[in-house]
Design a protein around this ligand. Structure first.
Ligand code: HEM
Length: 201
C-alpha cells in the first residue's frame, strides 16, 4: 500500500504543494499580525520544503546503503521528489517576497546566495527529464551534483547561522536542524565511500 503510493509519480509533487500550503495556513492560524504571518510563512515554508529536499538528496545513497523495495521506489521517483521540493520552495519564494518587499527589506548583497540557489533549483527542475540527460550528458551530472550540494549548503548555513542568532529562541532549532543536515551529508559520504570501495574490488 505505502509502496504503491510512493510509486505514484504525482505523490511527491502533491506532497510539495501540500507541505508549502500547509505551512502558509499554519502561519495564518498562529500569528496575530500581518507582518508576523509573513515572517512565519517564510520560515515555515522553508522548513516544509526540507523533507522533500532530503528525500531527493539521499535517494541514491539510501539504496546503496540499504537496498530494498522502499529505497528502490524512492530512487525511482527521485526526479519527482526534486520537483516536489522545487514546488514547495517556490511557495517559500512567494512568502519571502511578501516578507522582504512589504515588511523587512534586505540589502541586495544578502540576497545573492539565496538567489543563486533559486537559479540552481529552477535549472535543475527544468532539466529533470530524460531528454536533458541525453542532450547535456556529462554536464547534466555536473550541474545536478553542484546544484544539490549548493542547496544543501544554503540549508545548512541558514540553520547553522541560527545557532549563533542574537535571539536565543532560534538556538534549539538551529542546533537540531544543523545536526539533521550534517547527518544527511554523512549518509552521502558513507554511501560514496562504500561505492568507491566496491568499484576498486
Ligand atoms: C533570496 C532568497 C531568499 C530569501 C530572501 C529568503 C528569506 C527568508 C526569510 C525571510 C526567512 C524567515 C527568517 C526567520 O525565520 O527569521 C527564511 C527562512 C529560511 N530560509 Fe529562506 N530565503 C531565501 C532563499 C532560501 C533558499 C534558496 C533556501 C534553501 C536552499 C532557504 C532556506 C531557508 C531556511 C532553512 C530558513 C529557516 C527555516 C526554519 O526556521 O526552519 N532560503 N528565508
Amino acid at each position: 500500500m505505502v509502496l504503491k503510493l510512493l510509486d505514484n509519480r504525482w505523490v511527491p509533487i502533491l506532497a510539495g504543494l501540500f507541505a508549502g500550503l500547509f505551512a502558509i495556513a499554519m502561519a495564518f492560524a498562529f500569528a496575530d499580525s500581518l507582518s508576523e504571518r509573513a515572517l512565519l510563512a517564510a520560515r515555515w515554508t522553508a522548513r516544509a520544503a526540507l523533507p522533500l529536499f532530503l528525500i531527493a538528496y539521499l535517494a541514491s545513497s539510501l539504496v546503496r546503503l540499504w537496498p530494498g523495495a522502499l529505497t528502490k521506489t524512492i530512487l525511482k521517483r527521485r526526479r519527482q521528489w526534486g520537483l516536489g521540493f522545487a514546488l514547495a520552495h517556490t511557495i517559500h519564494l512567494g512568502a519571502l517576497l511578501v516578507n522582504i518587499l512589504l515588511y523587512r527589506p534586505r540589502e541586495p548583497e544578502t540576497l545573492v546566495a539565496g538567489s543563486l540557489a533559486y537559479a540552481m533549483i529552477y535549472v535543475m527542475a527544468l532539466t529533470s527529464n530524460s531528454w536533458s540527460v541525453r542532450k547535456f550528458g556529462k554536464w547534466w551530472r555536473r550541474i545536478h551534483k553542484t546544484g544539490i550540494h549548493y542547496i544543501w549548503f544554503i540549508f545548512t548555513a541558514s540553520y547553522a547561522g541560527r545557532i549563533f542568532h542574537e535571539d536565543p529562541g532560534y538556538h534549539p532549532e538551529g542546533r537540531a536542524l544543523t545536526a539533521v543536515m550534517l547527518a544527511a551529508l554523512a549518509v552521502r559520504i558513507t554511501a560514496w565511500w562504500r561505492g568507491s570501495k566496491a568499484r576498486q574490488r
